[in-house]
Design a protein around this ligand. Structure first.
Ligand code: C5P
Length: 309
């Protein structure tokens, strides 16, 4: 057995997020297009007697604050380890060290990335060689975004987002991620969407129902085409819960972004740039506005959870 195994997994941006009706199981039917971007969390696993977990890194949140990542069994990483051990019939013995660069509760699927990296790292560490399909099934049980964190690249997500099919993406698109303020709770943002729809403040199902314009733009690799196609049904509810986000979106537009939208349930703003150079300029400009706590230039698509050599 190797002494330690390290895996990493990327953050995601939903370049299209169409939210359908609330289902009986409490989830919403989704039609989303995920893009994995070059901001990674890593998970290092090593020998242990039972499970032990430590979390560190700039994305791990203020210690004991509302955004802090739990270092106990409520963490998705812990649950991923228990689920894999149970599935493979091996004892759940490992020490797990998560190093976070992906901000917590930011709409970037940081927790899902950690869970996906854990599955990949422990599968190698324990030598369990779980079939890819089974690993995807375990991922879906952990969270709606976890299967995509395994797959990476660019993919269409259906069901509650857990059914992923890769889509063609030509070349690379460049983004600046701006994180403004404290994290937002995903269930709260979905709840606000339901409330706004029930109150007639939003149509029952919005124009984000079709992902075709985004898929066509990804196929062509044209950032100019992708900008106007970006759509997120969770943006209005996120803006309602966090009015300051309007200023963040405006700052991105003023700084020359081709387009900007709230990523997933927010509060990250994803600003699209024409190319890498423009993204670096945009990042510098946005960092200087004082609107964002963290600003990162990233690119996508990148692969999903992988062992690090
Ligand atoms: O699957 P995950 O644990 O990430 O979902 C967190 C919460 O987000 C769910 O409990 C639900 O409130 C909301 N959600 C939803 N519809 C989805 C995905 C998530 O309502 N498709």
């Amino acid at each position: 057995m190797t002494a330690v195994v390290v895996a990493r997994a990327p953050a995601k941006v939903n370049v299209h997020l169409g939210v359908g009706p609330l289902r009986e199981d409490g989830f919403h039917e989704l039609h989303t297009v995920y893009l994995a971007v070059s901001l990674f969390d890593t998970v290092e696993v090593g020998p242990g007697d039972g499970l032990a977990l430590s979390v560190a890194g700039e994305g791990s949140g203020v210690a004991d604050g509302p955004g802090a990542v739990p270092g106990d069994r409520t963490n998705l990483v812990w649950r991923a380890a228990e689920l894999l051990a149970q599935h493979a019939g091996v004892p759940a013995d490992a020490s797990l060290a998560v190093t976070k660069s992906i901000p917590v509760a930011a709409g970037l699927a940081g927790g899902s990335a950690d869970a996906a990296a854990t599955l990949v790292a422990l599968d190698a560490f324990w030598g369990t060689r779980v079939a890819r399909e089974d690993l995807l099934g375990l991922a879906a049980r952990l969270g709606s975004d976890v299967p995509f964190s395994l797959v990476g690249g660019a993919a269409l997500g259906t069901g509650r987002g857990e059914q992923v099919s890769p889509v063609l993406a030509e070349g690379t698109t460049h983004w600046v991620l701006g994180i403004a303020g404290e994290g937002l709770s995903t269930p709260a943002v979905y709840g606000e969407l339901d409330r706004m729809r029930a109150a007639g403040q939003l149509p029952a199902v919005t124009g984000a129902a079709t992902a075709e314009p985004v898929l066509a733009a990804l196929r062509s690799g044209s950032a100019g085409e992708l900008g106007p196609a970006l759509a997120n049904d969770l943006q209005s509810p996120a803006l309602n819960l966090r009015p300051g986000l309007r200023r963040a979106l405006r700052a991105a537009a003023d700084a020359g972004a081709l387009a900007a939208l709230v990523s997933g349930s927010g509060p990250t703003v994803a600003a699209l740039a024409a190319d890498e150079e423009a993204a670096v300029r945009l990042a510098a400009e946005l960092a200087g506005t004082g609107v964002f706590r963290t600003v990162r230039a990233v690119a996508g698509p990148v692969p999903g959870a992988r062992l690090v050599a």
